[in-house]
Every structure is written in structure tokens, then in C-alpha cells.
Design a binder for this molecule. Structure first.
Ligand code: ZN
Length: 244
């Protein structure tokens, strides 16, 4: 691990309860320059070669999340979270490297053990800010992490258990801010049903406009089934710490 301290942080106003995962199109050197320009930061950065950089001390409040909501957390996600950014030149639309996956997996296992992070509180930037952010992107390896005990993955056999609930109810049960249902639905797909998310040629446009679900997606049977099964999983494991 390399230590490249950034001065962009302040004091936490709450304890660590979440992990927010990000992707950027830049490798370390350029990303560090960009953080300095924009006066932002995260706790860890992982290059596509798997090199891990520690940028801000975990007990400080890094500036990575911006405005966002998740479950009971309606403000100041930065105070409650550890932010980890992964380099990916497609902004997470395509796969991440094996070296990066291994590095993140090792880092996450250490962090979730030390803070007893709940399964439901491992999130992507697009989960907490669906109308504003698209990272870590549809190519992110959520299912592989869930297989290792980090984060949840739906079991489709559970879908029928949530038959009575409306789409906004289901999205809110998982944790999404449902002020913009279309954006929340699309963010959900980025994470749990990536095949439904369009690939955007222009990565910079994606950064500025994460996109929204269209009517066809909101009425899509597979989307509804996966959403119902996921909501059940989040409901039944709302207090479970990561199992590793
Ligand atoms: Zn981000």
C-alpha cells in the first residue's frame, strides 16, 4: 500500500457505518491531480494494476460522496462512510481487472470486520445519489463480492414473498431515495440487473448524466422480479453484519 496523504478532509460527525464504492476514468497520478483541482478526496484509491493508495486516514471525513441518501441516512454520508475509488477508464461500464478485484476484496474484508459494517450498507455512489452519479458502473463486480460475503445478492425464489409491494416501496426498502423513481430504478439495475443498463459511448456524458429508467423498464417483468427478491433480501438481512 502506498501512502499519498491528501489535505482534503475534516472531522467526522458520526461513526463509520457505510462503505461507498466509486469509479473514476483516471489512474492514480491523474486522479490525484484531479482531487487537488476539485478539492475532493476518498480514503483509498485502487489503480487498475491493483495498487492501493491510502489518501485520507480512516478516522477522518473524506470528501467523496456529496449530497446523497441511503436508508436512514438522509445527510452527511461522508461522516458515516469510508470512500474507496477504483480506476476504470470506461467509468465502470466494462469489467474491472483481476488485480483490482483482489485488492478491493482484501481491503473490504479488513474494513468490514473492523467496523462491523452491515450488509445493507455496502453501497455504490450511484446507489446514494441515483439522479446524479453513475459510478462504480454496471461492470462492477457486486455479485462476486456478495459470493465472498460482502454485500447482498437476490435469490429469485424470494420474489413472490413481496408480491403486495409497489415499486417505490420496494426501492425504498432496499435503501434508495425514491424522490426520482426512474433514477432510483436505473441505479438499482446498475447494481443488480446490469443487462438492462445501456452502454454509453461517451464516458464524460455518463459522468454528467447517469440516466433514468424508461417506461419499458419500469414495466419489465424481470426487473420487477429481481427488485422484489432484492427487497426481500434487504428486509430480512437489515441488521446482519458482513459474513466474512
Ligand atoms: Zn463517485
Amino acid at each position: 500500500m502506498k501512502f499519498e496523504p491528501l489535505p482534503f478532509f475534516d472531522e467526522r460527525r458520526a461513526g463509520v457505518e457505510m462503505i461507498v464504492l466509486h469509479a473514476t476514468a483516471f489512474e492514480a497520478e491523474e486522479a490525484l491531480r484531479l482531487y487537488a483541482d476539485k478539492k475532493v478526496s476518498c480514503h483509498y484509491f485502487i489503480g487498475s494494476d491493483g495498487e492501493v493508495y491510502r489518501l485520507v486516514d480512516e478516522n477522518k471525513r473524506a470528501w467523496h460522496a456529496g449530497a446523497g441518501r441511503w436508508r436512514e441516512f438522509s445527510e452527511d454520508i461522508n461522516s458515516r462512510s469510508i470512500g474507496i475509488e477504483l480506476a476504470n477508464k470506461t467509468l465502470g461500464q466494462n469489467c474491472f481487472s483481476k488485480e483490482q478485484k483482489d485488492a478491493l476484496s482484501g481491503l473490504l474484508k479488513d474494513i468490514v470486520r473492523r467496523y462491523e459494517i452491515k450488509q445493507v450498507n455496502i453501497v455504490g455512489h450511484s446507489d446514494i445519489a441515483p439522479a446524479r452519479k453513475a459510478d462504480p458502473g454496471k461492470g462492477f463486480f457486486w455479485q462476486e463480492l456478495a459470493n465472498e460475503g460482502i454485500g447482498l445478492w437476490p435469490d429469485l425464489r424470494d420474489a413472490d414473498k413481496m408480491a403486495e409491494k409497489t415499486l417505490p416501496d420496494l426501492l425504498a426498502m432496499i435503501g434508495y431515495d425514491t424522490v426520482n423513481i426512474r433514477a432510483a430504478a436505473y441505479a438499482f439495475c446498475r447494481r443488480f440487473l446490469a443487462g438492462k443498463v445501456a452502454t454509453v459511448e461517451d464516458v464524460w456524458a455518463l459522468d454528467a448524466n447517469p440516466g433514468e429508467a424508461d417506461d419499458a423498464l419500469l414495466q419489465d417483468e424481470e426487473f420487477e422480479r429481481v427488485l422484489r427478491a432484492t427487497a426481500y433480501k434487504y428486509l430480512s438481512e437489515s441488521n446482519t453484519p458482513c459474513r466474512i
